[in-house]
Design a protein around this ligand. Structure first.
Ligand SMILES: [Zn+2]
Ligand SMILES: [Zn+2]
Ligand SMILES: [Zn+2]
Length: 144
């Protein structure tokens, strides 16, 4: 990943700065979490004082453009970022709990039929971003 980052940055004429390296390292160790720019900022501040929120925003957007990171809106209007480690060519789906805000990943695409129907209409699908809103197992139990 480090090499991939350096290559990708280099190709576009960007340098591998310590800030960019810190942000990428953080994003590589998310364990399935989806972080907002603010959350990335407070984690990055634990590693260095020499980083601003503006740098975080710029760097995250740069990484999204470079296809190193994925970005999605979890429904509260705030973008969350993650590295998509699934091998699937399309973005995985997200199940978002309306009670506790937990974001669960759903890794099977399962949209083959829909995608081929859309393709029949002459539309070429590059990707999709699907969110399901509802209640996670824990909150479902508590509701009873
Ligand atoms: Zn798909
Ligand atoms: Zn929940
Ligand atoms: Zn995800």
């Amino acid at each position: 990943m480090q090499t991939k980052l350096k290559e990708a940055l280099h190709q576009k004429g960007f340098r591998v700065t310590p800030q960019r390296q810190i942000i990428l390292e953080l994003m590589m160790n998310l364990d399935g979490r989806h972080l907002t720019a603010d959350e990335v900022y407070s984690l990055a501040r634990e590693r260095t004082d020499d980083i601003s929120l503006a740098t975080i925003y710029r760097t995250l957007e740069l990484f999204v453009e470079m296809n190193l990171l994925r970005r999605f809106d979890s429904g509260d209007g705030v973008f969350r970022y993650e590295i998509d480690t699934s091998q699937s060519e399309h973005y995985h789906h997200h199940l978002i709990c309306l009670e506790c805000g937990k974001i669960i990943e759903f890794n099977d695409d399962l949209l083959d039929e829909l995608e081929s129907r859309i393709a029949e209409k002459g539309f070429e699908i590059a990707d999709h971003c699907l969110r399901f809103f509802g209640y996670c197992q824990d909150c479902k139990k508590k509701k009873r």
